[in-house]
Design a protein around this ligand. Structure first.
Ligand SMILES: C[S@@+](CC[C@H](N)C(=O)[O-])C[C@H]1O[C@@H](n2cnc3c(N)ncnc32)[C@H](O)[C@@H]1O
Length: 501
């Protein structure tokens, strides 16, 4: 571990630097365009041939190009070269904050010891893992991720953009998620266990002139003991302990221990109706499912909390291990270690996704659901499902469903499998299939397929139940309850909607 490389004073330097960076055109769009990239992740990994390409594209005249060379690429420049593009007062402010330091080669040139890049309308400083001139970057186990790696962007983009009062981000790192959230929240608390992360988070709060955010340091909820929040967000460390001892990455003995502690503790820190949003990676094991373990982590609070697991990707353990080993430039011995690790867990697959835990606001049945991402699934779809499931778990839902006028959507397909029976083709299975809002493939009974074809918005739920009964299905009270459950389940996959009559 090394001490935090930047300085947090004086306040005026942040204001001047922010105005300069905005004015000079150092934007995310500028970088994407200059490097012809779909996202900034690639600029953080300037390896091999790609590094050569970047090195060439960093060159060229102009203020934004010099700023990108210094702050993103880590190139060194003489004082005269810097002052040819950057006003002296700004260069002085940058030096005062620690953003211009003598270059690692011992020459009299200056370079930036951290990366500082534009993202989602903010400027974010974080640890520099590379210098394009070839010097080694920061390697401490408290390394602070930039927040723009694919996995971090998946997380930030999964966070809701609706208004909320008090929001807590645990494991804030460079604080990109907390800063983005500060646009929608009354106040944000951004917390991390390492002083290096809280240093970057506070630096970035000041640099972006954000006043509704407080940075605190400690283990998980320790710094906010006794407080309650409407929203808690976290992109926790969830890798197996096979990656040195990186604090941002390793999640304890099976990779799931920080997630487990977070889920167990979260309900006490949520206001009624509040939600925990956690990016998650875990394993499906022979003797326990990932979603089952997540629910078990809630312990006594399970009766008070809804749980949804949204699966973005499922991989074979070996495929995931190879990805990680290639990313770390490790050799095949390392693959043996990963294989043994997954064998010991009896893991059949590795799951990457998002977990939402909601503390219920009213006395009602809680719900548990697991959904698979489709090609268009994003934050809005996850929020929609949470709101829908919450509504359909309320006691008045049965009455509402029977009064509504069910309307089938056009986003699904029905696959009917036939077999030859006594010389005639006979249907033997009915499968509904959709990719939006989630990927669902579910086998249904024939009456459900027929019901969907009849849901044209002109019949109430009650009239449709009567029609199903006339066709010999769903008699009695139990039948009515099954019908309502079926309407709810079909609506939660958006095979149909339930508009009010
Ligand atoms: C995967 S990084 C995520 C950083 C940032 N939120 C992002 O998405 O870019 C995990 C973060 O959790 C922090 N962390 C690890 N263990 C923690 C703990 N027990 N309590 C609080 N923070 C912790 C790490 O220091 C790191 O900043």
């Amino acid at each position: 571990m090394a001490s935090f490389p930047l300085r947090l004073e004086p306040a005026g330097s942040f204001e001047r630097l922010n105005a300069f960076l905005r004015d000079c055109g150092y934007t995310e769009a500028y970088l994407l365009d200059r490097f012809e990239l779909p996202n900034l992740h690639f600029l953080l990994y300037p390896l091999g041939h790609q590094g050569e390409q970047f090195r060439r594209r960093y060159q060229g005249p102009g203020r934004a190009a010099l700023v990108a060379r210094l702050l993103m690429g880590g190139f060194a420049h003489s004082r005269a070269e810097i002052l040819a593009e950057i006003p002296e007062a700004i260069a002085g402010a940058m030096a005062g904050l620690g953003l211009l330091e003598p270059a690692p080669d011992g020459s009299d040139r200056l370079s930036c010891p951290v990366v500082l890049y534009p993202a989602l309308g903010f400027f974010i400083a974080a640890d520099r893992g590379f210098y394009l001139e070839g010097w080694p970057g920061y390697r401490g186990n408290d390394y602070v991720m930039s927040g723009t790696e694919h996995i971090c962007r998946d997380y930030v983009e999964s966070l809701p953009d609706s208004h909320c009062g008090r929001l807590l981000e645990i494991g804030t790192g460079s604080a990109l998620g907390a800063l983005v959230s500060s646009r929608h929240a009354g106040h944000v608390w951004a917390s991390d266990i390492t002083g290096r992360a809280t240093g970057f988070a506070e630096f970035n709060r000041r640099l972006n002139l954000v006043s509704n955010m407080t940075v605190v340091r400690g283990d998980l909820f320790e710094p906010v003991e006794g407080m309650q929040f409407d929203r808690i967000c976290c992109n926790p460390p969830f890798e197996p302990p096979l990656k040195k001892d990186l604090i941002f990455s390793v999640g304890g003995e099976d990779g799931e221990q920080i997630m487990r502690r977070l889920v167990t503790a979260a309900p006490a820190y949520l206001n009624p109706g509040g939600r925990l949003y956690m990016q998650a990676m875990g394993t499906e094991r022979v003797d326990s499912s990932f979603d089952g373990r997540i629910r078990s982590w809630l312990g006594d609070a399970a009766g008070d909390c809804d749980v949804a697991l949204f699966v973005r990707k499922t991989m074979e353990p070996r495929e995931y291990a190879i990805q990680q080993i290639l990313g770390e430039n490790e050799n095949s011995w390392k693959l043996e270690e990963w294989n043994l690790f997954y064998q010991k867990l009896r893991a059949g697959s590795v799951v990457h996704g998002h977990v939402i835990v909601q503390r219920r606001a009213t006395p009602r049945q809680v719900f548990h659901t697991t959904r698979k991402f489709g090609p268009g699934t994003a934050m809005a779809e996850m929020e929609w499902l949470m709101d829908w499931e919450t509504r359909s778990a309320e006691p008045g839902f049965a009455g509402y469903a029977l009064r509504s006028r069910p309307l089938a959507t056009e986003s699904w397909e029905l696959h009917v499998r036939h077999k030859l029976r006594a010389g005639k083709l006979a249907p033997v299975s009915y499968t509904l299939d959709t990719r939006h809002p989630f990927q669902v493939e579910t086998q249904v009974r024939p009456w459900i397929a027929a019901l969907l074809a009849r849901c044209d918005g002109s019949h109430t739920g009650a009239a449709l139940l009567e029609w199903v009964r006339q066709n010999g299905e769903l008699a009695g009270e139990d039948g009515a309850a099954e019908f309502v459950r079926t309407l709810g389940a079909l609506a939660s996959c958006q095979f149909l909607s339930l508009p009010e009559a």
